[in-house]
Design a protein around this ligand. Structure first.
Ligand code: NAD
Length: 499
């Protein structure tokens, strides 16, 4: 059995706490590795190593820091297949999806090559007689990030690339369910020229997260994961005086207007609802057709598409639509919510409960499910299922449809499918949700824009990546300078030696 490590001070370090988490191959259900769970002492040691290394890194000029990012991009491309394979093996997502995971992280690294431009600061020449004002953005020191299982390459890179480009050291506490890729990324950063101790990977669970929250050296914490943990980390981190941004769960609605291209809408729903087994915070989990006729047409188009989905292990080829979910517990939770949906009166029009894959009976595969006639009081509507389950809530009008999305406690992403520009404009303007798609089902902004939800999907003031990341990972210092003039009228320079 492979025993994974931490990555501290530029070396793989064995865990010493004696505690481990099982890392599964979700396709077979086998435990394939043990992930060490750090103690408070192990975490604090990593922070000390980072704190010792950080000032020299902050003193490296931004262009040289950017060159490390440039080289890192090359190495990510060189090792793309290797990274994607390790990712699929622990997470279960298809090989193309795993490459997409690396690619969307890589794009943020590319954006961070612009660090010299982003960190230039501001200058006012002549704010008063002989007075100039300038603002500079300085690194925070040691920063930390706690990441979820569902994007084990992308989300760590969304955090550590801008943090490090800004001159910080970064402690990454990845998900204990798929920790191998973050360790590989740390190795690649060092191969790209990053000094030892600037990026540390400390594997762990609640114990190491609490140690991050309470360590006085750590200046900022980024978190991505479920909402209850996001709220906890935001509260305790802020109470300890840290800068914190937390991104939580989601229940993303897609509104289908009667004038929508129904084939396009059905294709979009299948990709956005079932891709990556629904384990995406930007997955569409609620379809809201407007009018019964629209709903009937949509369901009729969805059923054959969903029934044709190919579910399988990543090793079965690139035409697999989605793989297993991450753990047996995740599978049990999804199936129990499906049962609740049936009991509470929703109509299960595609039933994946008996799904089994020959040769992979112990894998964590879940068949696709489609519910119709879901109502807002049902658990399957209120809770994030995070699996291949799409709920249809029929709305009588556009107003009812937009009201549903607005009243839901989550506010990560949403979409509207229509040919009516006015409806689309109204929707984008009024909706209280952070990321909006117009005939685009998964509106994840590109690296140079920012990513973040509203309501219970995000806590904190700044979004991830884009210009916000450079604000989150630096603090502003503003200098007001006045120099007494030595130049006399007529141009003569009146130099007096210092007394
Ligand atoms: P999770 O909340 O279980 O775990 C996230 C991280 O928190 C992990 O590193 C884990 O070790 C740690 N953690 C877990 N329990 C903890 C506790 N009690 N105390 C302290 N730390 C704890 O989330 P997950 O299952 O890994 O990821 C799925 C969730 O993440 C979904 O809710 C999904 O919507 C959300 N997500 C959100 C975004 C976003 O940008 N909004 C992106 C991806 C995933």
């Amino acid at each position: 059995m492979q025993e994974l490590t931490h990555y501290i001070g530029g070396a793989h370090v064995k865990g010493t706490s004696g505690r481990f988490a099982d890392v599964y191959n979700p396709a077979t259900g086998e435990v394939q590795a043990k992930c060490p769970l750090a103690s408070v002492d192990e975490l604090n040691h990593a922070v000390e190593v980072a704190a010792a290394a950080q000032p020299a890194w902050a003193a490296v000029n931004p262009q040289r820091r950017a060159r490390v990012m440039m080289k890192f991009v090359d190495l990510l491309n060189r090792d793309m297949d290797k990274l994607a394979e390790a990712l699929s093996r622990e997470h279960g997502k298809t090989f193309p999806d795993a490459k997409g995971d690396v690619q969307r992280g890589l794009e943020v690294v590319e954006y961070c090559i612009g660090a010299p431009q982003m960190l230039k600061g501001e200058y006012t020449d002549g704010a008063g007689p002989g007075i100039d004002i300038y603002s500079m953005r300085q690194a925070l020191g040691v920063t930390a990030g706690i990441t979820p299982f569902n994007f084990p390459a992308m989300i760590p890179m969304w955090m550590f690339a801008p943090a490090i480009a800004c001159g910080n050291a970064f402690i990454l506490k990845p998900s204990e369910r798929d920790p191998s890729v973050p360790l590989m990324l740390a190795e690649l950063m060092e191969e790209a020229g990053l000094p030892k101790g600037i990026l540390q990977v400390v594997n762990g669970d609640k114990e190491s997260v609490d140690a991050i929250l309470d360590n006085p050296i750590i200046q900022s914490i980024g978190f991505v994961g479920s909402t209850p943990i996001a709220e906890y980390i935001y509260g305790r981190g802020c109470a300890n005086g840290k800068r914190v941004q937390c991104f939580g769960g989601a229940k993303n609605h897609m509104i289908i207007m009667p004038d929508a291209d129904m084939d396009q809408a059905a294709d979009a729903l299948v990709g956005a609802g079932y891709g990556a087994a629904g384990e995406r915070c930007m997955a569409i989990s609620v379809a809201v057709p407007v009018g019964d006729e629209t709903a009937d047409r949509l369901i009729e188009k969805l059923i054959p598409r969903i029934e044709a989905l190919k579910v399988g292990p990543y090793t079965a080829g690139d035409d697999v639509d989605y793989g297993p979910v991450v753990t047996a517990a995740a599978k049990a939770n999804i199936l129990s919510l499906v049962e609740t949906g049936v009991q509470q009166g929703a109509k299960l029009v595609v039933d994946g409960r008996d799904f089994a894959l020959q040769g992979y009976e112990d894998g964590f595969f879940v068949g696709p499910h489609l519910f119709d006639h879901v109502t807002p009081d049902m658990d399957i509507y209120k809770k994030e299922i995070f699996g291949p389950v799409l709920s249809t809530v029929r709305a009588k009008s556009y107003e009812e449809a937009i009201g549903l999305a607005m009243d839901h406690e989550y506010g990560n992403g949403t979409a509207i499918f229509t040919r009516d520009g006015d409806a689309a404009r109204d929707f984008a303007s009024r909706i209280n949700i952070g990321m909006v798609g117009i005939n685009v089902p998964i509106p994840v902004p590109l690296a140079y824009h920012t990513f973040g939800g509203w309501k219970k999907s995000a806590f904190g003031d700044l979004n991830q990546h884009g210009p916000d990341a450079f604000k989150f990972y630096t603090r502003t210092k503003t200098v007001t300078a006045r120099w007494p003039s030595g130049i006399k009228e007529g141009g003569e320079f009146n130099f007096k030696p210092m007394e």
